[in-house]
Write a protein that binds this ligand. Sequence first.
Ligand SMILES: [Zn+2]
Ligand SMILES: [Zn+2]
Length: 118
Amino acid sequence: MPDHDLDARYLLQTSSEINAEATRTLVVDRRKDEVIYRVKCPVCREAVAAVEYPGGTYRAIAVDDPLGDRDTMITVASEDEVPDRFKAVVPMACGCGSMHPKSPEGTTGCGATWLVPR
Ligand SMILES: [Zn+2]
Ligand SMILES: [Zn+2]
């Protein structure tokens, strides 16, 4: 039986419970030029992966602002430029690729976002 809960309503949300559940299922795959973070979406249960390219451009969210306001997101050219307070976590969003009920037009994923430890 597929795990993916396609009936989960789209909702932009995060919480310490969602973060904890994501961390519980986290598998980190460290390769030469990239690091892949795999978790089961805590809300819709689909497998979701985030890829980080050390030395590449990626986004980080401040540790002390887990809701990730736009203002606290940064884009940097290299890991060296990431301020310390951004370094402890990797932000992820549900990227399950499916439309969920109530999702905005053209948006896939269930809306959940979370942080996993590096
Ligand atoms: Zn999801
Ligand atoms: Zn989903």
